[in-house]
Design a protein around this ligand. Structure first.
Ligand code: NAD
Ligand code: TDX
Length: 330
């Protein structure tokens, strides 16, 4: 099976490539990745049956022949950080909207199976304290330029299914954690800050809730959807992992053997989404998917160990990332 993975040098895509070659001996993977600041070719270096093509998913001449050679396309490539989208939205429009459009046109030409990776953030946010969770079919009410660009890409995929009959599925997943996540994101930023003796930075009150899932559980769900999902359907991926930012910060401090209250409150994110939570009933009942990482603290401990053991992977970017946050009062 020939698998084209866009964004396969990023966090979730790289983990997906690792699992795919480990578990599917007949899989040949081509990664199409622009290698932006968020892409790292070392994340997939040395893997057998993996070829890396550096290129832009918004460039049709690059994308079209690669889609033509593939049996399935898994589309992870995107600008992914909310804070960056507030500073400069254009790369999000270009990569996430124009990029998905470009890929869809190539998929339409070749009739290739597509799975589109999206986020729960397209549904906006929920209130802290309410029981409701996001369900398939909920209205799209994105808050940030990032989530609006992902919402747009989902709309394009659905329109291409309905109007042109392409064979696509969509998944909307909650917050991922695990190895190879860029140190601009909350958990790896906090972990690498503590390694450098810097206190964790909590935006605003820290009461905001995220629904954490281990990246490897996200990716088993993606393969289940590719293998057994119904064409044209949307599946929500989540593992019932709701925790506030304060709770996560305190757990990380405890894992470092530090005082769980030794953190700082910093400037809040404009438009900060309050709570995300996924109702995964459809995925579980229809496809029989179950998460493997059900103990968050255990998964977090393994993730902290990974960052300790792989300092060479992230060190070069640390100073610049923190300088950007400092300039923002964060
Ligand atoms: P990431 O920022 O770590 O990786 C994105 C990758 O895409 C990078 O390797 C980057 O170089 C590449 N890329 C960006 N623009 C490109 C372009 N124009 N052409 C080709 N490659 C390009 O992101 P991630 O956290 O791994 O997220 C992957 C996907 O999963 C995204 O679509 C994101 O919206 C979605 N998602 C992420 C999460 C999460 O918690 N991280 C949750 C739900 C959904
Ligand atoms: O230093 C920090 N302190 C802090 O309190 C950082 C970097 C973040 N935060 C807060 C903001 C959020 O409430 O932590 C929470 C998580 O922040 P991010 O890691 O930036 O993730 P989030 O904005 O929730 O979005 C993530 O999940 C959904 C991914 O980055 C998206 O790509 C995905 O779609």
């Amino acid at each position: 099976m020939k698998v084209l993975v866009t964004g396969g040098a990023g966090f979730i895509g790289a983990n997906f490539v690792h699992t795919t070659v480990q578990t599917m001996p007949d899989a040949e993977v081509t990664v199409l990745d622009k290698l932006t600041y968020a892409g790292n070719k070392n994340s997939i270096a040395g893997l057998e049956r993996v070829k890396l093509v550096q290129g832009d998913v918004a460039d049709y001449d690059t994308v079209e022949p690669l889609v033509g050679e593939a049996d399935v396309v898994v589309h992870f490539a995107a600008e992914s950080h909310n804070d960056n989208s507030l500073k400069g939205p254009w790369p999000f429009i270009k990569s996430n909207i124009v990029g998905t459009f470009t890929l869809l046109e190539a998929v339409r030409k070749h009739g290739t199976r597509l799975h589109h990776i999206s986020t729960d953030e397209v549904y906006g946010d929920l209130k802290i304290g309410e029981k409701r969770k996001f369900k398939p079919g909920d209205p799209y009410i994105p808050s940030s330029p990032y989530s609006a660009s992902k919402a747009s890409s989902d709309h394009l995929v659905r329109a291409w299914v309905r109007s042109f009959g392409i064979a696509a599925t969509i998944s909307n997943c909650s917050n991922n954690y695990g190895p190879y996540q860029h140190i601009e994101k909350f958990i790896p930023r906090t972990v690498t800050n503590l390694m450098d003796g810097i206190r964790p930075r909590i935006y605003g009150t820290g009461e905001q809730i995220r629904d954490w899932i281990h990246v490897l559980d996200h990716n088993t769900a993606v393969w289940d959807i590719i293998n057994r999902g119904r064409i044209g359907e949307t599946y929500l991926i989540g593992a019932n992992g709701e925790l506030s930012n304060l709770q996560v910060t305190k757990m990380i401090l405890e894992e470092f053997g530090l005082d769980p209250n030794d953190f700082e409150h910093v400037n809040d994110r404009p438009g900060h989404d309050q709570r995300y939570a996924i109702d995964n009933t459809k995925l579980v009942e229809e496809l029989g998917w179950h998460p493997h990482y059900t103990d968050f603290r255990d998964g977090l401990r393994q993730t902290i160990k990974w960052y300790r053991d792989n300092e060479a992977w992230w060190r070069a970017q640390k100073e610049e990332v923190e300088a950007r946050y400092r300039a923002n009062g964060q």
